[in-house]
Design a protein around this ligand. Structure first.
Ligand SMILES: O=C[C@H](O)COP(=O)(O)O
Length: 258
């Protein structure tokens, strides 16, 4: 039995304004009991514009929900119109920042160098990266999912010190399973998550690899979460659509009961 604490993170993507965010976190906090937080980290990842409201609510009501951003600038300040920096996110007490989500890679041209710079930016400011990796459909059809995903891990972690790497969360998200209802089988998830852990052992050490939490993401719901979580190298889920539905997200947090 792994000693890694499962981490269930809801990526709201570009949904819910700051008023809706308050309602959503309140509903989630109301639905979850103290027992739900025992042995599971519950995380929400709202849009930037919601973070201050979420921070105020979490602080004010002393909620056990943690939160983070969906992106982070590689730069700490300056002429970077539209970007949000690590110091700004740290000031909002963000615990996490998603880096290299496939939608950022696809629509904003983020490559390994960009992800690598963002991972380092997050670490500079005490923010834990949730580094997203995973293959598209063509790569999967060609059977190259492991090599493709490991190359993304290698690129994003280049020059990252062990003390920083051991805190990172890696989310394996096969792009063909995101928002499609097409879930990777638990064996598919394990194949790549296991390979990622193996690569961490090669890059750093087995001890470090055993500490890093690896999530699966792609059409995770209450009905499929238990089988995915039963895999030895899957330590949580990065949830998109189902995170917008509080009841469904609570089922995911309660994966042990499903
Ligand atoms: O970040 C979350 C993933 O993109 C998964 O999204 P999904 O659960 O809607 O498939």
């Amino acid at each position: 039995m792994s000693s890694r604490t499962p981490i269930m993170a809801g990526n709201w993507k570009m949904n819910l304004n700051h008023l809706e965010a308050i309602a959503q976190v309140q509903k989630l906090a109301f639905a979850l009991t103290d027992k739900d937080y025992e042995g599971t980290d519950v995380v929400v990842l709202p849009p930037f514009t919601d973070l201050r409201s979420v921070q105020t609510l979490v602080d004010g009501d002393k909620l056990k929900i943690t939160y983070g951003s969906q992106d982070i600038s590689a730069h700490d300040s300056g002429a970077r119109t539209g970007e949000v920096s690590g110091p700004m996110l740290a000031k909002l007490n963000c615990t996490f920042a998603v880096i290299g989500h496939s939608e950022r890679r696809q629509y904003h041209g983020e490559d390994e160098a960009v992800c690598n710079a963002k991972v380092k930016a997050a670490h500079r400011h005490g923010i834990t990266p949730i580094l997203c990796v995973g293959e598209g459909l063509e790569v999967r059809k060609a059977g190259n999912q492991v090599a493709h995903t490991l190359a993304q891990v290698d690129g994003a972690l280049e020059g990252v010190a062990a003390e920083d790497a051991e805190t990172i969360v890696i989310a394996y998200e096969p792009v063909w399973a995101i928002g499609t209802g097409e879930v990777a089988t638990p064996e598919d998830a394990q194949e790549v998550c296991g390979a990622i852990r193996g690569r961490l052992a090669e890059l750093y050490s087995q001890e470090l690899a055993d500490k890093v939490r690896i999530q699966y993401g792609g059409s995770v719901k209450g009905g499929n979460v238990a089988a995915i979580m039963a895999q030895p190298d899957v330590d949580g889920a990065l949830v998109g659509g189902a995170a917008l539905d509080v009841d469904e997200f609570v089922k995911i947090v309660r994966f042990r009961d499903q």
